[in-house]
Design a protein around this ligand. Structure first.
Ligand code: G3P
Ligand code: MG
Length: 237
């Protein structure tokens, strides 16, 4: 087996291969695997104590239905079609697909996701899954704290829109493994500082080939992309 090239970027297939298929659906995740992705990112919400995969708080953009995800029961949500074609999947379905094939980057969206996801991941750990098969992230850092409390071995990454001046301190307080930065916030100095502080740095959402190349040159550890093939096929060059 050849070792990864030091300049290779980890590619997180963002909402699956969402540049090609309806986001956060089994079709999109399957396509990401077909394109060679080894990490899949998806967005997690809790409905009736079940974990489902859906990005928005509201339903309209993806399903054409008015109202919020939290307005509907699980059965009704499961009957909706994302972009007129695909069902909203439960997290367990993606876990089955990814078993022995890919790692999962689960982004927590909404109150209570940290605790519920941690309880679920603990059941997977008991079944033999490795903690490093997962990476949990959230813009809501309290959810990360809740997750860490219940499933301390699962790595977490802090998601940031901006770049708070005390970013390393925030990461340290939470016990984070990684820092997930918006592309707009990336500078070589920030990446170098975060690396010196011992954190991996992953950048979202990087679709333009020139931005992918720039991230590689700056030395970030990985990128989230709707087009995972654009990252994968340009690694090791
Ligand atoms: O985790 C990276 C990225 O997914 C964060 O933003 O809105 O696409 O979930 P969003
Ligand atoms: Mg996300």
């Amino acid at each position: 087996m050849s070792l990864p090239h030091p300049a290779d970027l980890i590619c997180f297939a963002h909402r699956g291969a969402s540049g090609y298929e309806p986001e956060n659906t089994m079709r999109s995740f399957t396509r990401a695997l077909e394109l060679g992705a080894t990490w899949i990112e998806c967005d997690i919400r809790v409905v009736e104590d079940e974990l489902i995969i859906f990005h928005d708080r509201t339903l309209n953009r993806l399903t054409g239905t008015p109202g919020k995800v939290s307005d509907l029961n699980l059965a009704t949500l499961r009957s909706l079609k994302v972009m007129g074609r695909e069902s909203i999947p439960p997290l367990s379905e993606l876990v089955e697909l990814a078993r022995n094939r890919a790692h999962l980057q689960l982004e927590l969206k909404g109150r209570g996701t940290g605790e519920r996801t941690a309880r679920y991941l603990n059941t997977l750990l008991e079944k033999g899954w490795r903690p490093d098969s997962f990476l949990i992230s959230s813009f809501d850092h309290e959810e990360l704290v809740a997750c860490k409390k219940i499933a301390p071995s699962i790595p977490v990454g802090i998601l940031l829109y901006g770049y708070p001046i005390n970013t390393p301190e925030i990461a340290r307080t939470i016990g984070a493994y990684s820092i997930h930065l918006n592309l707009e916030m990336v500078t070589p100095k920030r990446i170098s500082t975060l690396h010196q502080e011992g954190y991996k740095v992953f950048v979202y959402t990087v679709n333009d080939p020139s931005d992918i190349q720039a991230m590689r040159t700056i030395g970030v550890d990985g990128v989230f992309s709707d087009f995972p093939d654009r990252v994968i096929t340009t690694n090791s060059r």
